[in-house]
Design a protein around this ligand. Structure first.
Ligand SMILES: Cc1ncc(COP(=O)(O)O)c(C=O)c1O
Length: 393
């Protein structure tokens, strides 16, 4: 597959990310189209089973997004008006929005300056008698100390929900992400390590909550369409609750099954790209991602550097614009949530409250990184950075 559109004059554009899709995904999709069943059905069941086996979690519930997974997880934890959920401001808005959708209040605490992950000590200090859930986010694919958060949640009688949108494949001390929290929500959005276009999965060991989630994810119907239209099955359903429209389609699950079977190979390529970036960045006035402890693995979702004018003479925004002119796609993960109008106004937040999240928000730049990316494109990014940084903004 090509790495992106070509400009008429310059070299090929290096995109920030692309879904890594090949012939196997194409033929899996063709099979679904030919099967006569596009929506939630046997492939979703098979994907749930395969994902549960991959993570080692007893239950996996396939959904149409990680956002849906976070929302249902928070509802399953009983979050409602008056409840507080402690989370990171250095995340995508979905993390906090789902707390608000559940009726609760997101309580932000600062991140660790080195890792960008929620600071466990700050989280512990923010617990009040209204706190119901701890919601760490595994930023860029680096586990946010889930064993530490598990211990904290248990000690304080709280539920633990992990936002693992970036962290489909990681272990801490032999324990896989997806098996530690009460609920772990994964994303299969197009740019994620495992992509289904849109899509998500929740893993849990709580069988009753998993059953509730499957019903809540499809309008609250007692039986989904696949179960009703099967030969000889009862055609009736009962509405058990006012549920949501959060179900995954077989079209998505077919992609998910192939992507899951390719995940080890795709992750190995991400490792190779990561190592190439590490050696290139070491010679530049930029700061690469903090290493993980030896007993952990990093899911390698984003390769994000910190661009500090004190080091490089460049602001992040200047460098991002210069790279765009050179045909290199980048992104910012993330503008800290408390700096966005809605959260600032609704929760009375302002710059200065979470200085480490603000540091990442102001200085982080995600470089092109996807599992189909040629190693030569990393060289091109590094060479471009080297040349551009040497000139001054
Ligand atoms: C940290 C984080 N949480 C949640 C989400 C939401 O994922 P989805 O798009 O699958 O709903 C994203 C999406 O990129 C994310 O980056």
């Amino acid at each position: 597959m090509s790495t992106g559109p070509r400009s008429q004059t310059g070299p090929a554009f290096v995109p920030l990310a692309r879904p890594d899709m090949g012939d196997a995904e194409l033929s899996a999709l063709a099979d679904v189209l030919a099967s006569g069943w596009l929506t939630t059905g046997p492939r979703v069941k098979a994907f749930e089973a395969a994902f549960a086996q991959f993570t080692g979690a007893p239950e996996a519930i396939a959904l149409n997004s990680c956002t849906a997974g976070l929302h249902l997880s928070l509802l399953a934890c009983g979050v409602g008006p008056g409840d507080e959920v402690i989370t990171s401001p250095l995340t995508f808005c979905a993390t906090a929005n789902t707390v608000i959708h559940a009726g609760g209040t997101p309580v932000f605490v600062d991140v660790d300056r080195a890792t960008g992950n929620i600071d466990a000590t700050a989280a512990a200090a923010a617990i009040t008698d209204k706190t119901r859930v701890l919601l760490p986010v595994h930023y860029a694919g680096r586990p946010a100390d889930p064993l530490g958060f598990r211990t904290l949640a248990d000690a304080r009688g709280l539920r633990l929900v992990e936002d693992a949108a970036h962290c489909v494949d990681a272990l801490v001390e032999g324990r896989r992400i997806g098996t530690i929290a009460d609920f772990t929500a994964f994303s299969f959005y197009s740019t994620k390590n495992l992509a289904t276009g849109e899509g998500g999965m929740v893993t849990t060991a709580l069988a009753e909550d998993a059953d509730w989630m499957r019903v809540a994810a499809l309008h609250g119907l007692s039986r989904n369409a696949w179960a009703r239209y099967a030969p000889g099955a009862p055609a009736q359903y009962d509405v058990e609750m006012p549920g949501f429209k959060y179900n995954m389609m077989d079209l998505q699950a077919a992609l998910g099954l192939v992507q899951l079977s390719r995940l080890a190979e795709m992750q190995a390529h991400r490792d190779a790209l990561w190592a190439r970036y590490e050696s290139g960045i070491a010679a530049l006035p930029l700061l690469g991602p903090a290493p993980v402890p030896e007993t952990w693995t990093h899911a390698r979702h984003l390769y994000t550097v910190l661009v500090d004018p004190a080091r490089s003479g460049w602001t992040r925004d200047e460098l991002q614009r210069a790279l765009a002119r050179e045909g290199i796609g980048t992104s910012v993960h993330f503008r800290a949530l408390h700096l966005h109008t809605y959260y600032a106004q609704r929760f009375g937040l302002a710059r200065g409250m979470f200085p480490h999240a603000e540091y990442h928000s102001d200085h982080s730049l995600s470089l092109p990184f996807w599992s189909g990316m040629p190693l030569a494109d990393v060289d091109r990014v590094i060479e471009t950075l080297d040349r551009v940084l040497a000139t001054g903004p």
